[in-house]
Structure formats: C-alpha cells, structure tokens
Design a protein around this ligand. Structure first.
Ligand code: ARG
Length: 422
C-alpha cells in the first residue's frame, strides 16, 4: 500500500520501517476512535458543501463497514501501512474511490491522531474511574463485613494505636475514591478538540466548523489557537497517567500490605488458594503473586509517565515525529493501571481477616499507651507532657515487664521541653 505522502520516489525501506515503528500495532487501539473522528470531520465537510450528499453517504457507509470489519477481525492495519490513518484512508479509497480521497480535506495526520487519542483517553479515563470505584466498593464492603473487629494500627511498622477493620478498609477506600475523582477530572485537557488545527497552523482559506466537530465528538471546546494543539501533545496524556499513577501507587501499597498481613509472621489473613500460585521447587508454598504484580506495576505506571513527559521535553513548537513515541508508554501505562484496578476489584471481595489473630494482636497493652496518657489528663487534670512521662516511665520499649502507667518516675528524667522521643 502506498503512503499518503508518496510521490513515487524510492523510499529506503529500513528507514520507513524504523520511523513507523510499532504504529501499525499501536494504532489498532485508536482505530475505532479514528473512524469516529473521521466520520465527524466528513459530516462537517458535507455541511459546509465540501462533500456532495452522495460522497457523504458513501463515506458514512464505508466508515461503518470499516468499523465492523475491524471489530470482527476481517480487516486490520498491515505492516505495509505506515500507520492506522494510512490504513483507513487506503481502505476507504479501495472501497469507494474518490470520496475516500476527498475526506482528508482540511485535515492532517497531526490533528487526526490527536483527535483519536483524546477520544480514546476520555473513554479510558472513565473506565479507569469506574474500576477504581469498584475497588473502593469492595473495600467498603469488607469493612461492613468485619468492621468492628479490632486490629493494631502501625507507625514505622511498629504497633502504635488501636484501630479496627472498618478504619483500615475505610482509609484505603477513601483514597481510592479520591483517586477515581481525580482521574475523571483529568478529562479536562483531553476534552479539547484538535480538529481544524490540521498540521498545526489551521487551514487558511478554508473555514471549517470546529464547533460542529466539537459537539459531534463530545469534546468540551475547540482548542485555540491552532498553534497550541501540537505544543499540548503529551500533556493530557501525562495528566491522565499522573492520576493513574497515584491510583496505581495506592493499589500497590494496599497490595503490599495484604502480602505482609498474609505472612506467617503476621497471620492476619490467609489468601484463598485459587488466588495464590505455587512454587516449582517448594511444595508447601502458596504465593501472593497477584498482589506482588499489583505492587510492581505501580512502578511501571510511574515509568510510563516519565517516558511520556520526557518525549516532548525541550521540543520547539509544531509537530515533531518524536511525539509519536508518546503512544506506546501511554497505552502501556493506562492498560496496566486499569488491569490492576480490575484485578483488585475482583480479589478484594475474597479476602477476610482471621478475627482471632486480629483480636490477639490488638490485645497488646502497648497499643493503649496513648489512651492511658489521655485518661490521666482527663481524670487527674495533668498537663499532657506530664501524663505522657508517667506512662512512658512505666512502659519503655526496653522494659515491657512494667505495667503500663506504672512507676511515675522515669530513671533518667529528660529535660522539660527537650524530649527527643516526641
Ligand atoms: N503516527 C504519527 C504520530 O503518532 C501520526 C502523525 C504523523 N504525522 C506526520 N507528519 N508524519 O504522531
């Protein structure tokens, strides 16, 4: 198949293949959106009289057919196509001839790819927001199941204060809900319509109806001025990945805590057997691989964000082929976070704490030390620091044999106001 810009000269095949890179594969992600945006662009051209009614009808039919064939696998982008946009135009021309050649009027692949990318992005952000909400629901439901059961709260990984299951699940659920909200808000940059900016400088002498394609495609507004469009490439992508990375971070930390609680040392939960994997060498092993993958993929999301940010770093205005490189980490990153959120929403409902183990751990009197300080303040009217010292004197980490709140004097009284342990 010929390139859209081919003038018949000899093209170095290795250079062509290198420049196209993985586009024939990556652009599969964009094809349904490219078809949608192409249809909106064609409708707008028809409304301005740049396409005849017959041409529009032929294009509409051929685009719908292309979508069907793409979705059921009977038509695909081939390695010979430089990218998805070329594949689509070649297909339209092969099917309907001249109208296929007319549809690129007032458009360049530079705004075409961005239209498809931003539609894809808005759709994926919504999907990711929903998946995050499902994780939060699963956590809330866990809290409703075992909520009042006491468990230790930790700081520095050391037993600190009492909490219960509802407080533990509630903290994670609230943060994941907050992530979901921020993910939906990341739509703002993606909701700017690039169509009409063409190669980056508009289409002088050919007024286009940018409001019409904006409405038709569900964008919020046309991006103005046209020169802003290529400068902005990668920003909506980075913002989406940033919010996705924060979700991935929370999911990874939660997954890591589940791994910790599932160790024999904690024994707070036993993973259902079908959520674990075995060892090729050690027959007794049941490993929490799914949670470890969720933890590891948080790093992958951050790496993808960094890659997206760096590709456009330092580029002058206008389109540069460097920008093509944003697609791979964007797709990889967002797919990874979506997969992690979906798998967490699937496995969390299967998790339950061992209530006896939690109660046993939560019975550690050390967890009540701060409550005792507050008791002394309340019942004896002591200043906080004085009450703190009395309790600390009876419950140093070195001497746990002393009853909490025991001897009022500490062996080495620290200088008032200079207590380093605060
Ligand atoms: N594959 C290209 C990209 O993602 C499409 C735009 C190509 N534009 C060009 N002028 N070569 O950026």
């Amino acid at each position: 198949m010929s390139r859209l810009w081919d003038a018949g000269g000899d093209l170095d095949p290795e250079v062509l293949q290198y420049t196209a890179g993985d586009d024939p594969v990556l652009d599969r992600e964009l094809m349904p959106w490219d078809i949608r945006a192409t249809r909106a662009h064609a409708r707008m051209l028809r409304s301005l009289g740049h396409l005849s009614e017959d041409e529009w009808v032929a294009l509409d039919g051929a685009l719908q057919e292309a979508l069907r064939d793409f979705q059921d696998g009977t038509w695909d982008i081939t390695p010979e196509d430089e990218d998805g946009h070329t594949a689509l135009e070649n297909r339209l021309v092969a099917r309907i001839g001249d109208p296929g050649k007319a549809v690129h009027l007032g458009r360049s692949r530079n705004d075409q790819v961005l239209a498809a990318l931003r539609l894809w992005l808005m759709d994926r952000l919504e999907a990711l927001g929903q998946a995050a909400d499902q994780v939060a629901e699963a956590l809330e439901e866990w809290g409703a199941r075992q909520g009042p059961v006491p468990m230790p709260g930790y700081t520095h990984g050391q037993r600190a204060m009492p909490q219960d299951v509802a407080l533990w699940t509630g903290g994670w659920a609230a943060e994941v809900r907050d992530d979901a909200e921020a993910i939906r808000l990341a739509r703002r940059r993606a909701a700017q319509n690039p169509l009409g900016s063409a190669a980056g400088y508009g289409v002088p002498g050919l007024p286009l109806d940018r409001e019409m394609t904006t409405r038709e495609l569900g964008f919020d507004r046309p991006q103005e001025p046209v020169t802003a469009v290529q400068i902005s490439r990668g920003k909506a992508e980075a913002e989406a990945l940033f919010q996705a990375t924060l979700l991935a971070r929370d999911l990874g930390r939660l997954a890591g805590e589940v791994c910790l609680f599932a160790t024999a040392e904690y024994g707070f939960l036993r993973l259902p057997e079908d959520l674990t994997t075995g060892s090729s060498m050690m027959p007794q092993k049941r490993n929490p691989d799914v949670f470890e993958r969720v933890r590891g993929r948080a790093a992958e999301a951050l790496a993808a964000l960094q890659e997206v940010l760096m590709i456009a770093w330092g580029l002058p205005s206008g389109y540069h082929r460097d920008l093509q490189g944003i697609k791979a980490p964007l797709f990889r990153g967002l797919h990874g976070v979506l997969a992690s959120a979906r798998v967490m929403a699937r496995v969390i409902p299967r998790l339950s704490f061992d209530e006896d183990r939690l109660r046993e751990a939560a019975a550690d009197p050390a967890l009540q030390a701060t409550a005792r300080v507050l008791d002394l303040v309340r019942t004896q009217g002591l200043p906080f620091r004085e009450a703190y010292r009395r309790v600390k004197g009876g419950q140093s980490p070195i001497d746990r044999s002393q009853p909490p709140g025991g001897p009022a004097e500490t062996p080495t009284e620290p200088t008032p106001g200079k207590d380093p342990s605060v």
